[in-house]
Design a binder for this molecule. Sequence first.
Ligand SMILES: Cc1ncc(COP(=O)(O)O)c(C=O)c1O
Length: 428
Amino acid sequence: MTTAHLTFDQTDDKIADRVKKMRSSAVRDLFAAATRPDVISLSGGMPDVSLLPQASIKKAVRAACDDQRSVALQYGATDGRKETKQVFCDLMRDIGVRAKPENILITSGAQEALDLISKAFINPGDIILAEGPTYLGALQAFSAYEPDVRCIAFDEEGMRTDLLEAELKRIGKGNPRLKFCYTIPNFQNPGGVTMSATRRKRLLELADEYGFMVVEDDPYGRLRYDGGHMVPLKAMDDRVVYLGTISKVFAPGLRTGWIVAPRDVLAKVNLVKQGTDLCGSSFDQVVVEHYFTDTPWQKTLQKFVQTYHVRRDAMLSALEEHFPPEASWTRPEGGFFVWVTLPDYFDTGSMLSEALEAGVTYVPGDSFFPGAAAGKNSMRINFSFESPENIAEAVRRLAHVIEDRLELYRAFLEAGAIQAPSASQPTD
Ligand SMILES: Cc1ncc(COP(=O)(O)O)c(C=O)c1O
């Protein structure tokens, strides 16, 4: 006979107030379901690391295990190895930013950078501006420091700077609570949209006028499938705090990213990083150095770009073919994600169990808004990881799930049980 054990959480009354308000990431929660063999996952944001050449990886890892083992296995400087910083200066030069090693601090991925910046700059109640929807990992990083995150809607040209200006007028010039604007200008996560040159310029003008910092998060900038290179905000204004990462162009398993910022900003970030982890992984940094200096990484990047381009096209064609006319979606020129908007009366959170049953996952749109305040009728779908055939099949399955719900709503409407829906809004 088995005995049931009831366990009580004895730390509940000890937990910090700020943690009580934190939400678990829907993507992390969906991880287990997404690995079921009968489910095609459109929920993650993973690069396809199977495209990485084994020989290059082995060469880079061998260097860390052999010749450079004494440094690779040792503690390092809090701001990172100077050789790794040089690699990142070279990567920045390629995209038009002239950075010096003293303006770089190496982090454990862009995620740690978001946490460190929040730790260094946010007091409870401070105002942070961001696209709405925005990267949910950023919302998680911010929320630990209890800011008031104000979301600015985007359209196909990125963050609506007219709405940003209206929000700034409400906040007022010289408001000491206003700290920074967080933006993902290239192929935004989750929106897939790219900020136009005019909006970039306007954002920087507003930053000047209202006195806030601009944090530019750019994990996807090199993964462009159509259109021309956009000048980074950091190249337009040296005061911008730029976040880079190797996660989408090399390997997220080597937790390595970097911040390019003025020295006064980096000094504060360095101070808080000391308390977080003393220093990043020296081993990972040595591997990264070798990968970007001794292996044909540009060829591999091309392979990533070609592969994701085909997958993006497969997703857009499948959406055209299968999705109902009531749905709208973004058409990203790069990156990993498409943002789908359904009529207002949809709730993609409650629809997820039906989607799982049909063998497909996505991330419900409200995960990308602070406090799940909006986005219930939208979803993020990813095209970087699955094959084109699987993507087409997943979109077909999802279309059926949506169609079933639509039928139900139509029946309710006919019966007069609910009111006629208003027209859907494309991206906000
Ligand atoms: C916009 C954005 N910023 C930051 C990150 C975190 O990246 P990293 O793996 O470098 O921590 C991600 C990861 O998906 C992202 O999409």
